[in-house]
Design a binder for this molecule. Structure first.
Ligand code: 13P
Length: 258
């Protein structure tokens, strides 16, 4: 297992936060802080749809990449309120979060729609950040591995070996999101390692070794270095702490040093 063959990726998931002037201010603050990460750690801000154009223009020429928080699987048509992958690509978006547990929990996302969205994103040239993770109850029932294996198999069904290498997997235990309860570094490593072995079974070891696997769930300036020191934790998907430039930068610097 060679961590250095993979890209370390720190991504902020802003969720439903920040109007455009605040988004501009936050990105202007983040840009100089993380400039030294160029070539070492990919830095991404996944922002609300209404902020995408502003975010892309503010980060132009910097090493901060912009992602969306969701994408629809159809190319166009009568899907009121939805945004297609082509629309995102046309704006200059590079990444997109798919299957976040909040989408699964509140908006009826299923592994089937996550799979469709992932394939549509890849077909349009976007890099998907596919989120998986178990509920607290599932962990307590000792079925974390079954849950994760099922999500990985269904969410990546029919995704080619070449495409999976462009896909980022985010392991986000649902019980750790926004709760201040972080998985321990050992728990994060255990599941990220399990995700990699599941990918190796579906594809092959070399392909699995090339996929960036992030941890997400109350990752912050204080715990990032330990989480990121683990061999299978290649980055982070950060909610709350990505809304503060200094905290987000501390996490980026932990990845640069890790
Ligand atoms: P928090 O970092 O706020 O727990 O959110 C994690 C998350 O859901 C990132 O996608």
């Amino acid at each position: 297992m060679n961590k250095s063959v993979r890209k370390a990726i720190i991504a902020g998931n802003w969720k439903m936060n920040k109007a455009r002037p605040e988004a501009k201010e936050l990105l202007e603050a983040i840009k100089p802080l993380v400039a030294n990460a160029e070539g070492k750690v990919e830095v991404i801000a996944c922002v609300p749809f209404t902020n995408l154009e502003t975010a892309i223009s503010v980060t132009d020429g910097s090493n901060v990449k912009i992602g969306a928080e969701n994408v629809h699987f159809e190319k166009s048509g009568a899907f009121t309120g939805e945004i297609s992958a082509d629309m995102l690509v046309e704006l200059g978006v590079e990444y997109v979060v798919i299957g976040h547990s909040e989408r699964r929990q509140y908006f009826g996302e299923t592994d089937e729609t996550v799979n469709k969205r992932t394939k549509a994103a890849l077909a349009a040239g976007l890099k998907p950040i596919v989120c998986v993770g178990e509920l607290l109850w599932e962990r307590e029932c000792n079925i974390t591995e079954e849950v994760i294996a099922r999500q990985i198999k269904l969410d990546l069904f029919d995704v080619s070996k070449e495409d999976v290498k462009k896909t980022v997997i985010a392991y986000e235990p649902v019980w750790a999101i926004g709760t201040g309860k972080t998985a321990t570094a050992d728990q994060a490593e255990e599941v990220c390692g399990f995700i990699r072995s599941t990918l190796a079974k579906i594809y092959d070891q070399a392909t699995a070794d090339a996929v960036t696997i992030q941890y997400g769930g109350s990752m912050n300036a204080g715990n990032a270095a330990e989480l990121l020191s683990k061999p299978n934790v290649d980055g982070g998907l950060i909610g709350g702490a990505s809304l503060k430039a200094a905290d987000f930068n501390t996490i980026v610097q932990a990845a640069v040093e890790g």
